[in-house]
Ligand binder design. Structure first.
Ligand code: HEM
Ligand SMILES: [Ca+2]
Length: 781
């Protein structure tokens, strides 16, 4: 099967839909004839923030709404008193349950009853072999993406058990106490599990922080925030935060399945094929490295765990031949399979009527209420794909010599160590090699494997120079110091080079995200939790799926991407590593728009099968699984005017949206966000830019070790000279220093733009034309 590309007429037809503009919500003063309405400054001690950082404003009555205020360069903000918590409520609004409160005895009983129900649910699904998935199936590869070590899996399973008990208990409790769904979603009731017999199982109790955390990040991200009760913030295996309360129809975990009109929502597979056909629209200046670096960043901050059978094996929700969903009696409680219509022009060829989908694992909250999903990796932007998100993984990657990471030396070239764990390779292509790194998705597509190699080599390059500068340093000291530098480089490239291209200078200013030209930034904030939001990981940062091209046009061949999912074998060819790096930086990425390559929407993880999964359908199903609200609700949150007609997202796209949704109020966040007109000098429209801007603000203000933070807050701060050196680095420099030097000896200075972009002609890798860090700033005298 070829990845089809549509004709230019269809392209022309689809062009020009990016016209929608956004004006402030009606309750806010509007700009008049170019003059800004003057806002009064906020009261002393109250900050003016972008509306998305004051999410409780959505739930307040008109007279309680915070006052609008002026934000530098970007319109209005809000004088926010409720902080970043959407559930923040005035005390008198709190619905106290006096006599019906959560009493110790009744609570223990409730949880016990929940446990019995849960055992029954597992038991019935385990009665049959029908819900097993065999290796070689695309879904097996999909599942393997979520998995970590056996120990990890056991830990997640244990948390999952506990969380499911909470879900069942919450449902019983809400009904028994007759609490409204809305109050439940807002946690507007007394649901603490204090005193319950199972309280000791609550997983987020603080372990004492080891001395190492006084200077260096810990692999699992704990002890970043030093305050008691907060040391687990942003660490691996903790839940996502939310910008808005979840849209669960039972207030607990039941996904939204019905339109505002009352009719059932369309299958997400139908929405995929109606709204996101494969159209080739290369970006004018951005290259595929923007796509690939974006996925690498995504993997740094999020990996959602999926629910498994109790023994850790993957769950199937469809009959083995894909012709129907499993009957409820055989189906796991975790199942949310995606129906495929009989008139589906693609899957009908293979008689497929059911696409597997297993819900994400959830975390215990230690209170009754709505479910939250678990992030397996550290939420911080801390190089976890390079080093892992737990101590064991990090130790396993280290060489314990010279501070270096382990490598597989292939005829003089350092590649990542090989692994025998077939899980890591998705088991879809027997015989292909499979690499190991800090992230289990390292083999997912060959281009991300290459980025992993670049960072692994950079670590070893830095460690080797540090060892020359400081011969007396131990392996351990060399390792942690090299790691600190490499993480700083990663953060610098993310904020200096990557982020401005995505969200644009306006949003960079609005969230105060710009790297300071020199010196420290003093914006660490103990009250900011760096945890990723559900909206960021489930919708906004998945914008990248639209930027993927179906092919790599390398020097020697045109590679269809499904051929390099979980198949990094080509990296063993002598010049391929340089070749794929050059391909990524010289081939255009795809525009962010209403198109996704068939490589993702029909052939995902195909392996040797004739068809694969549909990532677009999976993204949308995941959003329902995670309780995301609709696009219009996030327009309200960000202070934009809601859309009332499909044509508000562009006249060309209207008819396709109309086919997919009964009402504009049903449009999903990922869909609306992708279709928005891009802001000036940005890739994305205002809604995704705001969600991403808010998240990267958390990654910096909520990370005590952020590379730009000074010694008054950051225990691992660089000296002023060291920081100045880090700020000289760039992605181009990293590619130059860590290529094989076979094909790649010169590079364009901006590695995220095509070499044809203005002022971006390639420069020699040798010499200082592309600036480099001077590591002698780390010499200890
Ligand atoms: C190279 C091609 C890519 C492939 C094959 C791919 C595939 C996938 C798959 C299979 C998932 C899990 C979906 C689910 O079950 O919910 C996923 C999740 C995700 N993807 Fe991609 N992706 C690609 C590129 C990107 C890019 C370029 C970005 C961002 C710029 C991105 C951002 C994300 C994010 C944020 C998630 C959620 C991760 C989580 O929390 O588990 N992806 N992707
Ligand atoms: Ca991380």
């Amino acid at each position: 099967f070829k990845l089809s590309r549509s004709s230019s007429t269809e392209q022309d037809q689809l062009k020009g839909h990016k016209k929608a503009g956004f004006t402030p919500a009606p309750h806010l003063p509007e700009r008049k004839s170019g003059l800004l309405v003057e806002f009064e400054p906020c009261s002393p001690g109250i900050r003016c923030v972008p509306p998305i950082q004051c999410p409780a404003h959505v739930n307040l009555n008109t007279e309680e709404k915070p006052k609008p205020c002026e934000l530098p360069g970007s319109g209005h903000g809000l004088c926010c008193t409720t902080g970043q918590n959407h559930t923040a409520m005035k005390p008198e609004n709190h619905h106290h349950l006096h006599h019906h409160g959560v009493k110790e005895v009744s609570l223990a009983e409730l949880l016990k009853e929940a446990k019995n129900q849960l055992d029954g649910m597992h038991h019935s699904a385990m009665l049959t072999k029908a819900n097993r998935i065999e290796p070689g199936n695309p879904e097996f590869a999909h599942h393997s993406l979520f998995q970590g070590s056996v120990k990890d899996r056991m830990k997640i399973n244990a948390r999952m058990e506990r969380a499911m008990q909470e879900v069942i208990a919450s449902r019983m409790f809400r009904e028994r106490e007759d609490i409204s769904v809305r109050d439940f979603q807002l946690n507007n009731f007394d649901g603490e599990l204090v005193g319950a017999t199972l309280q000791q199982d609550c997983q987020y109790q603080d372990a004492p922080c080891p001395g190492r955390a006084r200077r260096y990040r810990l692999p699992d991200g704990t002890c970043n925030n030093p305050l008691p009760g907060r040391t687990s913030w942003g660490s691996a295996m903790t839940p996502h935060e939310r910008l808005l309360p979840p849209a669960y129809v039972d207030g607990v975990w039941q996904p939204r399945m019905v339109s505002v009109t009352g009719q059932p929502l369309l299958s997400t597979r139908d929405i995929s094929r109606f709204v996101f056909p494969d159209v080739d629209r290369p970006h004018a200046t951005y290259n595929l490295m923007v796509m690939q670096f974006g996925q690498f960043l995504a993997h740094d901050v999020t990996q959602t765990a999926s629910i498994t059978n109790r023994d850790g094996s993957p769950i199937s929700c469809c009959a083995g031949d894909g012709t129907r969903p499993l009957p409820p009696a055989q189906s796991s409680f975790a199942c949310l399979p995606i129906p495929i219509s009989p008139d589906d022009e693609f899957y009908s060829q293979f008689n497929q009527r059911c696409m597997n989908f297993v819900r994400s694992a959830i975390a215990p909250n230690c209170r009754l209420g709505a479910a939250r999903q678990i992030d397996r990796v550290t939420h911080y932007l801390d190089g976890s794909p390079i080093y892992g998100s737990d101590e064991q993984t990090e130790a396993n990657l280290r060489a314990f010599e010279g501070g270096r990471l382990r490598v597989f030396n292939d005829f003089g070239r350092d590649l990542l160590p090989l692994s025998n764990d077939r899980q890591l390779c998705g088991q879809i292509l027997p015989g292909s090699p499979c690499f190991q790194a800090g992230d289990t998705r390292v083999n997912q597509i060959i281009s991300i494997t290459a980025v992993h190699i670049v960072f692994m080599r950079e670590h070893n390059r830095v460690a080797t120079i540090l060892a020359q500068l400081n011969p007396h340093w131990s392996d351990d000291l060399l390792f942690v110091e090299a790691k600190r530098i490499v993480v700083a480089e990663l953060q610098h490239i993310s904020y200096k080079e990557y982020l401005p291209l995505i969200i644009g200078s306006q949003t960079m200013t609005k969230f105060d995200l710009n790297v300071r030209p020199n010196g420290y930034s003093n914006d660490y904030n103990l009250d900011v939790n760096a945890a990723v939001t559900s909206e960021f990981i489930t919708a906004a940062f998945r914008f990248g799926h639209s930027t993927v091209d179906g092919v790599f046009r390398t020097f020697n061949e045109v590679i269809d991407i499904p051929d390099v999912f979980f198949n990094p074998a080509r990296l063993l060819q002598r010049s391929f590593f340089d070749d794929i790096l050059i391909t990524m930086t010289t081939q255009a990425m795809q525009e962010v728009d209403s198109s996704v390559t068939n490589g993702l929407s029909q052939f995902l993880f195909r392996g040797t099968n004739p068809f694969g999964l549909d990532l677009v359908a999976i993204n949308l199903q995941r959003a329902r699984d995670h309780g995301l609200r609709t696009y219009n609700e996030y327009l309200e949150l960000t202070g934009s005017r809601k859309i009332v007609n499909f044509a508000d997202l562009g006249p060309e796209i209207a008819s396709r949206l109309q086919r997919a949704y009964a009402s504009p109020d049903d449009i999903e966040l990922w869909v609306g966000g992708l279709l928005e007109a891009a802001q000036t000098n940005a890739l994305l429209g205002p809604t995704f830019a705001d969600i991403i801007g808010d998240q990267f603000s958390r990654f910096r203000r909520g990370d005590r070790y952020f590379y730009e933070h000074g010694p008054n807050t950051n225990p691992g701060a660089f000296t002023p000279n060291q920081l100045a050196q880090v700020k000289r680095t760039s992605l181009a420099r990293l590619l130059c220093d860590n290529s094989d030097g076979i094909l790649l000896r010169a590079h364009q200075p901006n590695a995220l733009l095509l070499p044809t972009a203005a002022g971006n002609e390639p420069l020699s890798c040798t010499g200082d034309a592309i600036p480099r860090m001077d590591l002698s700033a780390w010499r200890e005298n």
